[in-house]
Design a protein. Structure first.
Length: 407
C-alpha cells in the first residue's frame, strides 16, 4: 500500500535530488580529472574523501545528537557550498593540479563526516517506526535519481564547461537545500543529548551499538558490502573505461547503470515498504552484487558493463533498504546520530584499506581481477547473515519498538 509522508518531508526529498545532483556531478568530474593522472591519484582522492569520515565520523554523530540533525545539516550544506565556490574560482585562475584535487577531496570528506550522520537519521524526525522503511527508501530513491543523472551529465559537462562550471552547479544545489532546510520543521523533535559531545558520550554510543542484539552483525554486513562495491565503482569504473578504450561519457553511463538498477528496487520499496523478514533482503542483496561485479570484470563493451552495474545497483538497494531501517530502529532515541556514525564508520573504514589495494592491483594486472575480488567479499556478507541466528530472527516488525542490549 502506498504510504503518504508529511509535506515537509517530501519537500526535503525533492531538494535532495538537486543537492545530490550537484555533488554527484562534481564527484564524477573530480574522479575523471584525477584518472588522467593515473590510478594512484584516483585512489588518493577517494581515500582522502573517506578518511575524514573515519577520523571524525564519531564526533559528527555526537554533534548531531547534541545540536539536532537539522541544524548540523544546514551548517554542513553551507560548508559544501563554500568549498565548491572556492574550487570554481581556483580552477578558473589556474589548471587543476594533483595537490588541488587532494585538498578538495580532504575538505569535502571532512564536512561529510559531520553531515552524513545527521542525514541518515533525519527521516526518523518525520515518521513513526512502521513508516520508516518506506521513508528511508524514498530518500534513497531521490539520491539514486540524482546519481543516475549525475555521472553521464558529469561526463558531458566536464568537457563542455570544465571543472569550474561543474563546481558552480554544486553551489546552486547547496543553496536550494539550505533554503528548504530553513523552511522545513520536522514534526518529531529531537531531544538534545547534552553529554554527547564528550569522550564519555562518544564511547557510550559505540559500546551501546556493540551490545545491542543484531547490531554487530548488521555492521559487519555493511562493512563487507561497502568495501566490495564503493571502491570498485568509484575507482574501478574510470580506470576500466580508460583500459578498454571507452570515453568519459560512456564511463558516466556505466556508473549510472548501478544507480539506475537501484532505482527499480528503490521505487518498489518507497511505494510498498520493506519486507517484514528483513534478513532475507540483507542476504539476497550481496549475492546480486557479486553477480554484477563478476559481469563487469569480463564485459567486452560499455553496454554490457552498464548491465553489470545495473545488477549491482539492484542488489545494493535490496540490501540497504532492509539493513538501514532495521539498524535505525535498534538505536535509542538519544543516540540516533551516534548509532548512525558507527554505521558510517563501518561503511567507510574498509575503503581505506580496499581503495589503495585496488589501485595497486590494477597497476600490476588489470581491472578484471579487482572486480572479481570484490565479488568474493560481497558473498561473505551473505554468509554472515545466514550464520547469525539473532539476525535471522530480527524482522522489521520485531524491532519496531527497539531491541534491548544483550546481557
Amino acid at each position: 500500500m502506498n504510504q503518504r509522508m508529511p509535506r515537509g518531508f517530501n519537500a526535503w526529498v525533492v531538494a535532495t535530488v538537486g543537492a545530490d545532483l550537484g555533488s554527484g556531478v562534481l564527484a564524477f568530474s573530480l574522479a575523471w580529472v584525477a584518472s588522467g593522472h593515473g590510478p594512484a591519484l584516483v585512489s588518493a582522492v577517494l581515500t582522502l574523501t573517506v578518511a575524514p569520515s573515519v577520523l571524525f565520523g564519531l564526533l559528527g554523530g555526537a554533534v548531531a545528537d547534541r545540536f539536532g540533525p537539522r541544524r548540523v545539516m544546514i551548517v554542513c550544506t553551507c560548508a559544501f557550498m563554500s568549498i565548491s565556490a572556492v574550487l570554481a574560482l581556483t580552477v578558473t585562475v589556474r589548471p587543476m593540479s594533483p595537490v588541488a584535487l587532494v585538498v578538495a577531496a580532504a575538505a569535502i570528506g571532512t564536512v561529510s563526516a559531520f553531515h552524513r550522520p545527521a542525514v541518515g537519521v533525519f527521516p526518523r524526525m518525520f515518521v513513526v517506526d512502521a513508516e520508516l522503511g518506506a521513508a528511508m527508501a524514498r530518500v534513497g530513491m531521490a539520491s539514486q535519481v540524482a546519481g543516475a543523472i549525475a555521472p553521464p551529465l558529469g561526463g558531458i559537462l566536464v568537457g563542455v564547461i570544465a571543472l569550474s562550471g561543474v563546481a558552480w552547479i554544486d553551489v546552486v544545489g547547496c543553496i536550494c537545500m539550505v533554503m528548504v532546510l530553513l523552511a522545513v520543521r520536522p514534526p518529531i523533535a529531537s531531544s538534545p543529548a547534552m553529554e554527547a559531545v564528550s569522550v564519555r558520550g562518544i564511547l557510550r554510543g559505540i559500546a551501546t551499538a556493540g551490545e545491542t542484539r543484531g547490531a554487530p552483525a548488521l555492521l559487519a554486513c555493511v562493512a563487507l558490502v561497502a568495501g566490495a562495491v564503493i571502491p570498485s565503482m568509484v575507482v574501478g569504473i574510470p580506470l576500466v573505461a580508460r583500459e578498454r578504450g571507452w570515453t568519459a561519457a560512456e564511463a558516466g553511463l556505466i556508473e549510472a547503470g548501478w544507480i539506475a538498477g537501484g532505482l527499480l528496487a528503490g521505487a518498489w520499496f518507497s511505494w510498498r515498504g520493506t519486507s517484514a523478514r528483513a534478513w532475507r533482503g540483507i542476504a539476497i542483496g550481496p549475492v546480486l552484487v557479486a553477480c554484477g561485479l563478476a559481469a563487469l570484470a569480463v564485459s567486452p563493451s560499455w553496454t554490457s558493463a552498464a548491465g553489470g552495474t545495473g545488477i549491482i545497483g539492484f542488489g545494493v538497494v535490496i540490501f540497504t533498504a532492509h539493513v538501514f531501517p532495521t539498524y535505525v530502529r535498534l538505536a535509542p532515541a538519544s543516540m540516533l546520530s551516534r548509532f548512525q556514525s558507527v554505521l558510517i564508520l563501518a561503511q567507510r573504514a574498509p575503503q581505506l584499506v580496499v581503495t589503495p589495494l585496488i589501485g595497486i592491483l590494477i597497476g600490476f594486472t588489470t581491472t578484471g581481477p579487482a572486480f572479481l575480488c570484490g565479488a568474493v567479499v560481497a558473498l561473505v556478507a551473505t554468509v554472515v547473515v545466514a550464520a547469525n541466528k539473532t539476525l535471522r530472527a530480527v524482522g522489521s516488525a520485531s524491532v519496531a519498538g527497539g531491541v534491548s542490549p544483550a546481557p
